[in-house]
Ligand binder design. Sequence first.
Ligand code: LCS
Length: 396
Amino acid sequence: MKNIKNKSPFTSVIHAGQHPDPVFGGVSVPIYQSSTFAFQSAEQGASRFSGEDKGYIYTRIGNPTTKALEDNIASLEGGFGGLGTSSGMAAITTVFMAFLDKNSHIISTDAVYGPSRTVVEDVFSNFGVEYDYVDTSELKNIKKCIKSNTKLLFVETPANPTMNLTDIKDCAELAKKNGLILVVDNTFASPILQKPLDLGADIVIHSLTKFLNGHSDVVGGMIVTKKEDLFVKIQKVLRMMGGTMDPHQAWLILRGVKTLALRIEKSQDNALRLARYLESHPKVKWVNHPGLESHPQHTLAKKQMDGFGSMLCFGLKGGFDAGRKMINSVKICTLAVSLGGVESLIQHPASMTHASVSKEEREKAGITDDLVRLSVGCEGFEDLKEDLDQALAESN
Ligand code: LCS
């Protein structure tokens, strides 16, 4: 395995966890499109199942192509190991299954991706799991909710879709003091811009569907842990519950990751310039992007992140009626959910990605009805600005 410690992100995304195929020397990791792996003998089969022989058995349990992606992302995050999952939600639910049991309690950021919250409220609650959703950008809100049965602290930063930030280092100290496992959803930042494990988190999860894959053509997830005991526990649940990644999915994502640093460089530059443009537009009421001096946690963004990312949200003075006209009028941006692709995507969280959360809870979490979310892609800046300009002109 190549040593990518202290290398530029442009180098590490390409080389982290990667080595040429040991059979024919293929520079691109082959797709091991096989559900099962032959044993040379009954003895070898038994020894693989006992764990003595580390060879492959069955793709739900492990696959060489998936392992190449797991090694790549674990290395980018600075973790002990990675576990590929069929989707970001499979990563989240696998971690929840591994650590939450009857009467245990989870504290989570209130403004998380809608289903990350509703899966607890509507499904895990059926198994007796208790929960509190709070604004984790204020540590005191978390402290107030800690109970003797609290097991997990789940933080999404930057949060989807509000772009509020949570101080990972402060949360890690609090979690350590209270024996909690700190899980950070790093989807919005990616390991190029934020390394939660280095800041003290225990587990990082990703929807690889977004920036890491980057081309809006694959769904996938990843769990990276810092500690071997956590890894073993999660791996056991993943292998049994079966939310495993498929090798072809892994190969496509691995191809996408190699340009992650390049894509982030371009898209976050576009995002900050668009955020500034929107902030100065007479029809725009407010804009939230961590790179703007007006973002309430701009200082934390500079401290905790290596860049401000490619996501932003805003509201128009004409409210969502004007917002609806605007998102119906874009020509370069695409009206679609998801994010982190090379193409810019615009959507309305209250009626789309966060529609599963009640209006009352949404508003408490800052997901107001006027909020429009923009995932900025790698198009030319002037083309994006012109597109927003003409769409805003159509907005009333
Ligand atoms: N975590 C975050 C922060 C997300 O934004 C999403 C999906 C997930 C986890 C779940 O990942 P998936 O299972 O979809 O791979 N977010 C979406 C969004 O904002 N629009 O469409 C999907």
